[in-house]
Write a protein that binds this ligand. Structure first.
Ligand code: PEP
Length: 249
């Protein structure tokens, strides 16, 4: 049985004051929750979150990393730096990185490798745009995004990774994939990995992301290939995030 993971993606939200209230509330109720929990916070808040979460079961994550280890890369942050703040997870290839910042499949693969090489668990985000879904090529798009990483990193690297299926049309829009739509894609992702290593595929956690709310989380998480969620907007409201974590139990 795969243990469920609920990861919050704060995106570019937060303030020292708001973060403290949010993290303290989530921390206070987390001991009773029998699932893995993570929060992916903006870089400047890593130290604050590390201190506030110290000794708790909530893991820390970042939302991006450089593919490079160090050097003249102004504005970038390396995997080694994230490790110094006790980051366990890092989002790789979030659709906002792909669409707004032009991250290609090849760059996403390099970032995935940088994370794994430095002991971080990449949460590899894949997903189709609305026109791709309407054009009937959802599985083709997701398979291409997965292949780029598998070819670069090797399938064995997925033993230390998490995949998040996030249909782009469902992120921040209030439009959620139906549990059946999500399950179909999760099943296809697992089958792609299983074709190379079935044991690894059985243990691979595949999260669903895209307008997950307390109202729809339980049905999504009850699908056989959905192993938790990557949560954007609802991760900024302690009660909602905790309710989503409860739906994962
Ligand atoms: C996300 O940011 O990855 C996300 C899924 O956002 P939301 O839950 O707001 O759709």
């Amino acid at each position: 049985m795969r243990r469920k993971l609920v990861a919050g993606n704060w995106k570019m939200h937060g303030s020292l004051k708001k973060n403290a209230a949010l993290l303290n509330s989530v921390r206070a109720l987390s001991p009773g929750l029998d699932c893995d929990i993570a929060v992916c916070v903006p870089y400047p808040y890593l130290a604050q979150a590390q201190a506030l979460l110290d000794g708790s079961k909530i893991a820390l994550g970042a939302q991006n990393l450089s593919e490079h280890e160090a050097g003249a890369f102004t504005g970038e942050v390396s995997a080694v730096m994230l490790g110094e703040f006790a980051c366990r997870y890092v989002l790789v290839g979030h659709s906002e990185r792909r669409s707004i910042y032009g991250e290609s499949d090849a760059l996403v693969a390099e970032k995935f490798v940088a994370a794994v090489n430095h002991g971080l668990v990449p949460i590899l985000c894949v997903g189709e745009k609305l026109d791709e879904r309407e054009g009937g090529c959802t599985e083709q798009v997701v398979a291409r995004q997965m292949s780029a990483v598998i070819e670069r990193a090797g399938v064995a690297a997925f033993a230390k990774a998490v995949v998040a299926y996030e249909p782009v049309w469902a992120i921040g829009t209030g439009m959620t994939a139906s549990p059946a739509q999500a399950q179909d894609v999760h099943c296809a992702i697992r089958a792609q990995v299983a074709a190379l290593d079935s044991g690894l595929a059985d243990g691979l956690r595949i999260l669903y992301g895209g307008s997950v709310k307390p109202q729809n989380a339980r049905e999504l998480f009850s699908q056989s290939d959905i192993d938790g969620g990557l949560i954007g907007g609802a991760a900024l409201v302690a009660d909602d995030f905790l309710a989503i974590c409860r739906a994962a139990i």
